[in-house]
Design a protein around this ligand. Structure first.
Ligand SMILES: Cc1ncc(COP(=O)(O)O)c(C=O)c1O
Length: 398
């Protein structure tokens, strides 16, 4: 780096907001960027690093978008979303979970990411703490940091299926704690929190006058048992959901939050100011997501994910990865790689450079034994997974 560039970098950092010091980049992005470079050079990579479905968006949704684009101009909308979509989501809760959620409490957002950011925006003041598990979805702690709050990462392991418990919440609650965040099924572990455990956590949170946030974005992608919603037993929780995963719509940037009554006005004010409204075309199309034919298509995707999960869990165990708790939902396998390495980032880099397989290092999901873990994202045809397994085996045992 020449002196002029170095001086420029120092100057830029000096002007940067302090909160950025607490927001780390995704390590996996380095793996993904490198995987793209390798692919661009003509060498094929088996990419099991990106956390998104491999299936197309159901055709009724695509058709609805095309028709909407032809028929209407796309405009700003009310910040909480189109009435028709909020009503459709409300009916979805009735139909799928037999829960009455008034549409007035439903806020349509730019992906569940928008919902999470706004939720932290209405709950977290500078210095406040949010409790969450380690490992967990990395953006959550960064949403908290953006609001100048602090995340308390609570180490969890196989004994609690990598989920929080009421005891852990109680033990880690401090004067500055304002809430608890859980995800079920979770990223990166694919494990679910038992409904009774979630209810107990809610009791502890309530007793401490805090707020529970439950990320349900992998609902619908579960293997064996359906996930129950926290809305089943509480209306003072924030429930976060998305069209991204079950409906295979990651790029449409549409999600929602079910917001407790007392927060809905501030949630709306923040949404109006931060991004005005979420995409009009995506909202018009998403109503078709709840059509029985779309649901049928997505359920078919779910059975494919199950085959992919079953195949990859078995093969990874055969290779020598430890998977003490198998995923019962989502699209990930969280595996202990300590048989092969105690530096998960180096392990991922070597696997990419030497074997052409991209996976995510544990470092992205926290600090708790992060160097001994990696995440495999399995939504790929079994033929591709088979090639990935062949390469990993050859790399580790050559
Ligand atoms: C647990 C969890 N929550 C939220 C998100 C954000 O997804 P989106 O903004 O696409 O809804 C993700 C994305 O991978 C996730 O894994």
């Amino acid at each position: 780096m020449d002196d002029a560039v170095r001086t420029e970098n120092i100057k830029n950092l000096a002007n940067q907001a302090k909160r950025l010091e607490h927001i780390e980049p995704f390590h996996v992005m380095r793996i993904i960027t490198r995987a793209m470079e390798i692919q661009a050079s003509g060498v094929d990579v088996v990419n099991l690093a990106v956390g998104e479905p491999d299936f197309p968006t159901p055709s009724l949704i695509v058709d609805a978008a095309v028709n909407a684009l032809k028929a209407d101009s796309m405009r700003y909308l009310p910040a909480l979303g189109r009435d028709e979509l909020r009503e459709a989501i409300s009916q979805w809760y009735q139909q799928k979970y037999a829960i009455h959620v008034p549409k007035e409490r439903i806020a349509v957002t730019t992906g569940s990411s928008g919902a999470l950011l706004l939720t932290m925006g209405v709950l977290v003041s500078p210095g406040d703490e949010i409790l969450m598990s380690d490992p967990s979805y990395p953006c959550n702690r960064n949403f908290v940091s953006t609001m100048e709050g602090a995340s308390t990462l609570i180490p969890v392991g196989p004994e609690t299926s990598y989920q929080l418990t009421a005891e852990l919440v109680e033990k880690n609650w401090t004067d500055r704690t304002v809430g608890v965040m859980v995800a079920s099924p979770s990223n990166p572990t694919g494990t679910m929190i038992e409904h009774d455990v979630l209810r107990d956590i809610h009791r502890v949170v309530q007793a401490n006058a805090g707020t529970l946030i439950v990320d349900e974005i992998y609902h619908g992608i579960t293997y064996g048992q359906d996930a129950a919603s926290a809305l089943d037993f509480a209306d003072d929780v924030f429930v976060i959901n998305s069209f991204s995963k079950f409906f295979s719509m990651t790029g449409w940037r549409l999600g929602w939050a079910v917001v407790p009554d007392r927060f809905i006005n501030s949630f709306e004010t923040l949404a109006q100011n931060l991004y005005i409204s979420s995409p009009d075309v995506a909202q018009k199309a998403a109503v078709a997501a709840f059509h029985p034919d779309s649901i049928k298509e997505c359920n078919l995707y779910r059975s494919r994910y199950q085959e992919q999960r079953d195949y990859l869990v078995t093969e990874l165990k055969n290779i020598g990865f430890r998977i003490p708790v198998e995923p019962t939902g989502a699209i990930y396998i969280y595996a202990d790689c300590s048989e092969f390495s105690n530096d998960s980032f180096q392990f991922c880099q070597d696997l990419l450079e030497k074997a052409g397989v991209a996976i995510a290092p544990g470092l992205d999901f926290g600090f708790n034994q992060a160097n001994q873990h990696v995440r495999f994202s399995f939504p790929k045809p079994v033929s591709i997974l088979t090639e990935g397994v062949r390469r990993i085996r050859a790399h580790l045992y050559q």
